[in-house]
Design a binder for this molecule. Sequence first.
Ligand SMILES: [Zn+2]
Length: 411
Amino acid sequence: MRESIGNPKAAVYKECLRAVEANSCLRCKAGKESIIIDALGRYLCRDCLSHSDLTLQRYDRHVPYIEHSLQIPYDLTKKQTQGSDFLLDCVKNKQNAFLQAICGAGKTEMTLQAILYALNDNKRVGFAICRKQIVIQLQKKLKSFFPRTVVKSLYAESKDDKDAHLLVMTIQQLINYHQEFGLLIVDEVDAFPYSGSDFYWRITQKAKTPDGILIMMSATLTNNLKIRLAEEGFRFYNIPSRFHEEEHDLPRFLWVPNKEPRSLVSCLKPIIENWRKRFKRGLIFLPTIKECDLYARLLSQEGFKAEAFSTKTVHKEAIIARFSVCDLDLLVATSILERGITFPGIQVAVVNADSPLFDRDTLIQMCGRVGRDQLDRHGEIWFLSQYTTISMRQARSAIKRQNRLRLKEAV
Ligand SMILES: [Zn+2]
């Protein structure tokens, strides 16, 4: 088992350790409480499933030194510049930071100066985020901003980190690195699987160098995380406005008489037809994979070009590509698409918004898919439900509150 996963020829061998001891796991930093003895008499880590017969081979990755440059083809807004200045100041002063920014605020753009500073300080930079689709999209975006930098993406099927100064990866890949990143950015820390997980917290700490800087970002911040970060001495910054500085659209609640799919589709139909008249595409969110498949089929029968999109979808990239070039009217998705992915001119409908699977933060993220484009700053958001849940009310109130804060700051 290797700790640095790139080309071993380009790496300098550092040390070889037993992965699991009686009291700790060196691979995921689990303590005594996670170690058991398995049927073969080995120490087994219950958190990462490593055992004491495995060796952990650590390498120093060779990364060529270059002068990095940053090219942003547009001007940052005043708010984005403030966010960017905050993060740069944290990196310069070696302070961990938490950036809370509303969906569509342009968080990635706010990290660029901090990344440039760290790269030119000869630090390796990691950017970890929950989902593979976002990793792929983000790697391309960052590569365009840093033309001279080697930017690579890591996820289950892609493990090449050779010569990379900047690595964009799924959260799970952090386990392969030990004291690697001088700057580590973790986005969407309130999302599954990161949220509330001690395991991911530990591997994040392990992946950065002892004096490395951690930047965490999210649109929402739970109380538990806030307390933890405050205890760890994080500096906080909140950007309540979107990058175009216009207010966030509020969800409209549409009462439906029952949860019968055909009846719900007949409620959805006029909404989607209205979108299509205005050449807009829609994201339809549903609580479960089964419902996604069913609604994609029913909506296709109504004459819309619709595809289901969930963790079970086989050709995810191909479907995203078709949606991007407007070859589809609708993506019918589970919460898999609630974060990070950006399409211009999107409208949103959450069907069965009263499902217990949709909490406040999930609903806020879904609302945040609209109005993310400079030329398309607003969009419709519909919550279709038989009941109005506390989560639905809280999501709308949180967006209203951010809009009010934005107004206050603008004065
Ligand atoms: Zn472990």
